[in-house]
Ligand binder design. Structure first.
Ligand code: PAF
Length: 293
């Protein structure tokens, strides 16, 4: 496996691949500290393309809190070992200076209006501008045919899908279902930061989301007042368990807009999304009310 630490190394690899026959390229963008969720994306990538590139870059532009950026685990040596075992062709791990050269000018940003401002975007201002910007840069640099993302950050996937469509970026983006620990906790690079007692409680987030999804599946008559009531009760339940929820929201899976008025929730394709703090770790998760089509 090649370890590409800067743009010139990436350009050299492209030149070599062009000489040998480029083949299809799949990109799995990550911030490292790889877990089973990432490895699943990589296996899907392997099955879809001749060449698999994984990027590892802890993107400062998408962090809204400095202490979160500083605390984010960086484990390149262990990650490289896992990627070699998984048969990845190249890992692109540029420096901050390489991605955002300090030329005295503010960096160019990519903004996806609407989707970047709601839910996660409302609680983490600027976060999705950082994501959209770095993913655009990675697409331009790696030039993949396919890029894979986890559904755990469902809003992120929807935002990238919209960005690709809106900017005519020639890449197919695919979402892969969330990978979970045996007890239901969504795999995340942040799970290691949970103290032992909090780790025991953490899977309850998924259970509460499942309960809300069950209510939606059973709601055969549309009743607008029920939505905030169900969301509110679920947040209370999370507080009782020990979480500090930022939001829990029932949205349309297609575009994350509020459920359609007048149509029973049971007849809509919905997703229940939540973000909640637990022992100073911010967890996000979501559950679809219907199997993804
Ligand atoms: O989901 C992530 O790990 C990051 O947001 C991504 C897509 C790699 C962009 O930095």
């Amino acid at each position: 496996m090649r370890i590409l630490r800067d743009r010139p190394q990436l350009v050299a690899m492209h030149r070599e691949w062009a000489r040998k026959g480029r083949g299809t390229i799949a990109l799995v963008p990550t911030m490292g500290h790889l877990h089973e969720g990432h490895m699943t994306l990589i296996r899907h990538a392997r099955a879809r393309a001749q060449r698999v590139v994984v990027s590892i870059f802890v993107n400062p532009m998408q962090f809204d809190r400095l202490e979160d950026l500083e605390r984010y685990p960086r484990t390149l040596e262990e990650d490289s070992r896992l990627l070699t075992e998984a048969g990845v062709d190249a890992v692109f791990c540029p420096s901050e200076e390489d991605m955002y050269p300090s030329d005295g000018r503010p960096p160019v940003r990519v903004v996806v209006p609407g989707l970047s401002e709601i839910l996660e975007g409302a609680f983490r201002p600027g976060h999705y501008d950082g994501v959209a910007t770095v993913v655009t840069k990675l697409f331009n640099l790696v030039r993949p045919d396919i890029a894979l993302f986890g559904e755990k950050d469902f809003q992120q996937f929807k935002l990238i899908e919209r960005m690709v469509q809106g900017l005519d970026i020639p890449v197919r983006v695919e979402a892969i279902p969330t990978v979970r620990e045996k007890d239901g906790l969504a795999c995340s690079s942040r799970n290691d930061q949970l103290p032992e007692e909090a780790r025991v409680i953490a899977p309850e987030l998924k259970r509460v989301l499942d309960e809300v999804a069950t209510v939606c599946r059973g709601a055969t008559v549309f009743d607008a007042e029920r939505i905030p009531e169900v969301e509110g009760r679920a947040c209370d339940r999370l507080r009782e368990i020990g979480f500090d929820p930022e939001y829990l929201s029932i949205r349309r899976a297609e575009d994350l807009a509020e459920p359609e008025h007048g149509v029973a929730l049971a007849d809509q394709d919905l997703v229940v999304l939540a973000a909640a703090w637990l022992a100073e770790v911010r967890l996000i998760d979501n559950v679809r009310t219907r199997p993804a089509s």
